[in-house]
Design a protein around this ligand. Structure first.
Ligand SMILES: [Zn+2]
Length: 239
């Protein structure tokens, strides 16, 4: 029998003060990633358990310093921890604003935000800025350049047909080094281009087998893309 590939979480990569840690990325369960530099702390895809993982790893002051959240798409395994993270930041009296960047049309984030405000707006200690974005422009946060790019992620509707979900990958560049995170995606040329030459590529390999490459990539497809970067992690591999 073919031995199953299994990433060993957490996955950590660092060049000088450009640091990324993937606490986990398990399909249908959770993803959770933190990206930091000397002067910034971002969270990417806060799935269920992100607060537990951050709390184990970081001081309360470090968690309060998180300024930006990046969402690749609205599936529960990528956003399941948003509510608890937002609540924790308020309970701990965060004062600085929190920006949430997410693909435009991602109703999950907007619904969580609206419900959250309904419950907590009277006691919220910090400002939440929602930023629906697309692949049209790059921007800079805390000296990190972020280039969002379109990927190809689908879900199956009630009739069994695949429908596209608003989804983005992100390329983070800081001090001449770059990290490319593809989010969830089937094989797509955009990701091939963005990953190529990156210092680190984080590529999903979520296809159970060749028959599900409409939705995710196989280990072979993902490795092929990963190898064009200087270093790579395969994530989102089925358990
Ligand atoms: Zn997904």
């Amino acid at each position: 029998m073919k031995k199953k590939y299994k990433p060993k979480y957490p996955l950590v990569w660092q060049k000088d003060d450009f640091f990324i840690k993937i606490y986990c990325s398990i399909p249908n369960i959770a993803t959770g990633i933190i990206l930091t530099t000397e002067r910034s702390a971002f969270v990417i895809d806060p799935g269920d358990g992100i607060l537990r993982d951050l709390n184990r790893d970081k001081s309360a002051a470090e968690i309060l310093a998180i300024s930006d959240i990046f969402i690749s798409h609205g599936h529960h395994d990528h956003v399941g921890g948003v509510w608890s993270l937002l609540t924790y930041l308020s309970v701990m009296k965060k004062k600085t604003p929190l920006n949430i960047f997410y693909p435009e049309g991602c109703i999950e984030i907007e619904s969580i935000y609206n419900a959250f405000l309904q419950v907590y707006s009277h006691e919220l200690t910090y400002k939440i800025n929602l930023h629906p974005i697309n692949n049209s422009r790059s921007f800079v946060r805390k000296r990190v350049k972020i280039k969002p790019f379109k990927v190809n992620h689908k879900e199956i509707d009630d009739d069994g047909n695949p429908v596209a979900v608003p989804s983005l990958g992100f390329k983070f560049t800081y001090n001449g080094k770059s990290i490319c995170y593809g989010g969830d995606t089937a094989y797509t040329e955009t990701l091939v281009k963005m990953a190529m030459g990156s210092d680190l590529a984080i590529i999903e390999a979520g296809a159970e087998d060749e028959s599900s490459t409409d939705l995710h990539m196989t280990i072979e497809q993902a490795s092929e893309i990963g190898k064009t970067a200087k270093d790579y992690f395969l994530v989102h591999v089925p358990d």
